[in-house]
Design a protein around this ligand. Structure first.
Ligand code: SAM
Length: 276
């Protein structure tokens, strides 16, 4: 759509260099501009503002998602100068500062899927909760308790503010500002279900996540990883990966699913694991 809108304003070769999609978080569009088009960023941003009535601000992504807090550097290009937006998804509202916290609208289907699996009365640990996006979508639908941990102070503050935006929630979300490993180790045997949405490093936290499961609970872990296309297609990969981290437990992988593409031939996948 963007490519069509820019025909006549950019050359054909320049249009070929454009990324075909970009994130829109509330009324903020976050675009990636290839270095060859840096002098054209203003016209690209102004075109987005003119064509997309729901967009009031265009920011440019200046770095990949990186660092412990999984944030990206962004800079202002056009429209209203701001970095914070209210984003709506799955009948929930979130306050997002795109310069300070991780947030991806591309995970909305996955959040809905996890919420559909949770049963009433469950105690859930979300180890890498960010602004509480998974936690709030779950609590909107199911009466349960979710301990929603993140070590980024900005994410913790925005989780508290996002909770205030969501009325009539069935469950309870408790935002916690802490290192996930420390917190999880202090809560052995406490949870029915654990969410691990830190795909770059989730394996480091798996033994602690397992120890935090209640012996008599559902004993489910949603384990997110980045894998190559070959690893994803290899049916035995996830089993040997889990076995190489924890050897004295039995894992039933109930689901091994692609969540989204994160690079050329590189995938974010999720394993729903029943631990016995
Ligand atoms: C990929 S983001 C996912 C955020 C959220 N679940 C979402 O999908 O929007 C990973 C989150 O883990 C947090 N994080 C990274 N290392 C952590 C740690 N050791 N303890 C607690 N949180 C951590 C980051 O601050 C970031 O918010």
């Amino acid at each position: 759509m963007l490519k069509q809108c820019l025909s006549g304003l950019l050359g054909e070769e320049e249009i070929g260099l454009l990324h075909s999609s970009f994130d829109v978080i509330g009324d903020i569009a976050v675009i990636k501009i290839p270095p060859e088009l840096s002098e054209r960023e203003q016209i690209i941003a102004d075109t987005i503002l003119a064509k997309m009535k729901n967009v009031r601000t265009v920011l440019k992504q200046d770095s990949p998602v990186r660092g412990e807090f999984r944030t990206r550097e962004v800079s202002y290009v056009s429209g209203e100068k701001k970095f914070t937006a209210i984003y709506k998804e799955n009948q929930c509202l979130f306050k997002v500062d795109v310069s300070k916290v991780y947030f991806s609208p591309r995970l909305s289907t996955e959040r809905k899927r996890i919420a559909s699996l949770v049963k009433e009365g469950e105690r859930i640990l979300n180890m890498f909760a960010g602004i509480g996006s998974f936690s709030i979508v779950i609590a909107k639908r199911v009466e349960c308790l979710i301990e929603s941990v993140d070590n980024n102070p900005a994410a913790y503050e925005l989780a508290i503010e996002s909770l205030k935006l969501n009325k009539r929630m069935k469950g309870t979300v408790k935002p916690i500002l802490s290192d996930a490993l420390e917190y999880t180790k202090r809560h052995k045997g406490s949870f029915d279900r654990v969410l691990m949405p830190l795909p770059e490093r989730s394996w480091e936290f798996l033994p602690a996540a397992i120890a935090s499961l209640d012996e008599r609970g559902s004993r489910m872990i949603h384990y997110y990883v980045h894998v190559s296309e070959e690893q994803f297609k290899d049916k035995g990969w996830i089993h040997s990966h889990l076995g190489s981290i924890v050897s004295d437990k039995r894992f039933d992988v109930l689901l091994w699913k692609k969540v989204r593409e994160v690079g050329p031939r590189y995938i974010q996948a999720v394993a729903d694991i029943l631990v016995s």
